[in-house]
Design a protein around this ligand. Sequence first.
Ligand code: 6PG
Ligand code: NI
Length: 186
Amino acid sequence: NPSIKMPPQVAWDSGSLSGAPLMQKTTHLGDLNGIFADDEAWRGGDPALAVYRVEMLDTPSGDGELYTGVTHLNPGRVGNEFFMTRGHFHARREQGEVYFGLRGEGLLLLQAENGQTRLERVQPGSIHIIPGLTAHRLINTGHDILSALAVWPSIAGHDYAALSGGFALRVTTDILKLMAKEVQNG
Ligand code: 6PG
Ligand code: NI
């Protein structure tokens, strides 16, 4: 007899995963030494403050397997720089990834190996194709939690060290105001 399996679920409004074994990792302000431009503001913050949490389906790894996870990035700033994920290239540089905006308002910062950056607006329903050879970071410019669903090859891995000098673009309250003006002026 054929049988119907109940698959895992994502709640589209909150990004919460359920119905399958999960893994979870929270990154606190104290873990993000050297990530924000204003070091004094970073040191003045509460190191135990949760900046983002990643929940992932605990699915098989290996050649051809895909991972599925949701990043929940809290609203907030260090100095005038918005809360963001650490950001990374994939260790296997050629491996891409897809992000889907679920909740909140923010930006996806993409950076090519030559240092060229671009920004995409993340909002509920947005689809972001991250090509290979492209570093990526989520930035929460809103007042709500920013949640984004991601699917990526399990073999991709993470290379954080390649960006230890920081991304070439920082999103601050000032930059955001400038960009809003540019949109108005066309
Ligand atoms: C990945 C995804 C994504 C990412 C999180 C946290 O390749 O695993 O891009 O799950 O890891 O958004 O961002 P950081 O790994 O940069 O801390
Ligand atoms: Ni990634």
